[in-house]
Design a protein around this ligand. Structure first.
Ligand code: ADP
Length: 579
């Protein structure tokens, strides 16, 4: 067998090497680009997150401001009736109408502040005791009242951070005349200015207002992309809301923003947010830092982790694509090489078969020539030439039949009309056909055919031809000095899967390990067969395997150097076959 053009092989290896190098280069470029894209994605994500947080804070304050604005009345006196009526009206159609748990008015009387709570059933304010949790607010209002009375100081700034869920606003708003200017230091004419007190409904804030707000700005497809925790600014901080109970988001947050400021500026100065009063060095959004803090952390663990995950995903996909490309190149090379090998084998086959045809044709031609001459008068010579012509034309016929069978096997017609047949008979007939060849090589045949072999469904002609090829090969390649061929047949597979095993063995040089996998390939001829110029086409074993497989059976080879070769054939018994 030829090994192919060395220049062509070198060139194809160079191309393969080049393609692999290109794939590697592309991989490195892709790795860098994905790194750059990831850094940009991280910055974009961070910017987007901060903008969302800002909008959350802004919207929360706007909701509060809208509600408060609806309740406040721009009149003088103590317009409790108007506030109660406004409340009833506001609450009626109201989105967020459950926002407040309590609404009250604190009215300064002498040095203390009296509380009147809105009774929603009666739609009126009724005197009430200060609730225990409002004590901080009460103390602050009283302190301010006293200090205002003494020093005439301005209206109190935002409430202190330990005021819980309550906040207060002046009932009358800024002093008429300064409200529209709206940017000055707001002074109130009366120290005993009443305040409207609002207490947020914690359940509503936790279960409805915040989830809706967060879903709107940080959610996608019904879930939040981020874990959220809201805490008060007090020390120790109190948790107001957790999207994932138990997750301590504040410890390692990707973003933070202030939340819940008294909406004083928005109501009395008409401010939309930006430029509003800020505390704490202007850290928060336009509405000041708020008395709560909202922390967010990405569900992947952190923004960095989310970006890293996306990066690894991209890298994995890219690596997959590159691997696929490399595998395709590999597959292409393998297929091309296989096709090339087959083409080489076919060329060898054409050369080989021409030689195989020429030898018997030459013998026949010479014999015919001699028969026409003087030798024809000698009956013994005529007989000899007759036998020669018969032998060589028989070889030619076998050769042509083998090629024809190969071409019909290639088109799927390996066997014809299977019928119940006896393997013992088939083997005996095979050995009978091989008698001349066996005798010619001086071989003894040791045959062990078990009695009672099961019947098989088979094409007798095809099976005999396949078995004959095994016996002929044993003589051609394996008889050598030992001049021994072994043939055996036995029953196998028990009752569950009965079948017949046929073994054809010789004690010749055997088949080299690297050739064993190829002996059933079409046109394959071993190195020794070619070197020793043993006649053959390289189709016999290929056809034999096709024939056994077409019967539902198999063939395998066992061989070791200088220990001969053994071909083992298995055929299934005919369905329902007994002995
Ligand atoms: P052919 O005999 O025409 O070459 P086969 O398909 O029958 O084709 O065999 C393929 C190759 O397998 C042979 O060329 C030979 O190298 C090897 N081979 C087959 N049978 C034997 C055997 N019994 N001992 C050693 N080699 C064998």
């Amino acid at each position: 067998m030829k090994t192919g053009n060395p220049r062509r092989i070198t060139l194809s290896w160079l191309i393969v090497g080049g393609l692999f190098l290109l794939c590697g280069f592309l991989g490195v470029l892709q790795y860098r680009w994905i790194g750059e894209v990831s850094a940009a994605a991280r910055d974009r994500l961070r910017g987007g997150l901060q903008a969302s947080l800002f909008r959350i804070s802004q919207e929360f304050s706007s909701e509060l401001a809208n509600a408060c604005r609806a309740l406040l009345v721009p009149s003088s006196g103590i317009p409790e009736k108007d506030i109660a009526a406004n409340y009833a009206q506001w609450k009626n159609p109201g989105r967020n109408s459950q926002m407040f748990r309590h609404i009250a008015v604190a009215i300064p009387v002498k040095q203390s502040v009296e509380l009147r709570m809105l009774d929603t059933d009666k739609a009126a304010f009724v005197p009430a005791e200060w609730p225990a949790e409002w004590s901080g607010l009460q103390a602050r209002l009283e302190n301010l009242l006293n200090s205002e009375m003494r020093q005439g100081r301005s209206f109190p700034g935002p409430p202190m951070e330990d005021q819980g869920m309550t906040f207060d606003l002046p009932v009358f708003g800024p002093v008429p005349g300064t409200a529209n200017g709206g940017r000055g230091n707001l002074q109130f004419s009366r120290a005993e200015s009443p305040s409207l007190i609002f207490e947020l409904n914690p359940d509503y804030v936790r279960e409805t207002m915040l989830p809706e707000l967060l879903q709107h700005h940080l959610g996608s497809g019904g879930t939040l992309d981020y874990m959220v925790e809201i805490q008060t600014r007090q020390t120790p901080a109190k948790v107001i809301f957790q999207s994932d109970p138990g997750a301590h988001v504040a410890l390692n947050a990707d973003g933070v923003i202030g939340l819940f400021d008294t909406p004083y500026d928005q109501i009395f100065r008409g401010g939309g947010g930006r430029g509003g009063r800020e505390r704490g060095g202007g850290r928060g959004p336009g509405f000041g830092p708020g008395r709560w803090q909202l922390f967010v952390r990405h569900r992947a663990g952190s923004l960095e982790a989310a970006v890293a995950q996306a990066r690894w995903r991209n890298l994995a996909v890219t690596a997959g694509v590159l691997l696929l490309m490399m595998a395709s190149v590999g597959a292409l090379i393998t297929f091309t090489r296989r096709a090339q090998k087959l083409a080489d084998l076919q060329l060898d086959f054409v050369a080989g078969i021409s030689h195989e045809l020429r030898t018997p044709l030459t013998v026949i031609h010479t014999a015919a020539y001699n028969l026409r001459g003087k030798l024809a008068a000698n009956p013994a010579q005529v007989e000899r030439y007759g036998v020669l012509i018969q032998q060589e034309s028989g070889r030619l016929k076998d050769l042509v039949e083998q090629v024809l069978r190969f071409s019909s096997a290639a088109s799927g017609h390996v066997i014809q009309n299977p019928e119940p047949m006896s393997i013992s008979n088939a083997l005996e007939e095979t050995l009978d056909s091989a008698k001349a060849v066996l005798q010619g090589a001086g071989c003894t045949v040791e045959a062990h055919i078990d009695p009672g072999l099961p019947v098989v469904m088979g094409d007798p002609m095809a099976l005999k031809q396949a078995l004959l090829n095994l016996v002929h090969n044993a003589v051609k390649y394996g008889a050598g000095d030992s001049r021994w061929v072994g043939v055996s047949a036995s029953r196998v597979g028990g009752d569950a899967h009965p079948g017949v095993e046929i073994r054809v063995a010789d004690r010749g040089p055997g088949i080299p390990a690297d050739e064993q996998a190829h002996v059933f390939d079409p046109f394959f001829r071993g190195r020794a067969a070619q070197q020793d110029q043993i006649h053959g086409t390289g189709l016999g074993l290929h056809l034999a395997r096709k024939i056994f497989e077409a019967h539902g059976g198999s063939i395998q080879v066992k061989s070791a150097a200088q220990k001969g070769a053994e071909f083992i054939v298995r055929l299934p018994a005919a369905p329902g076959a007994a002995a």
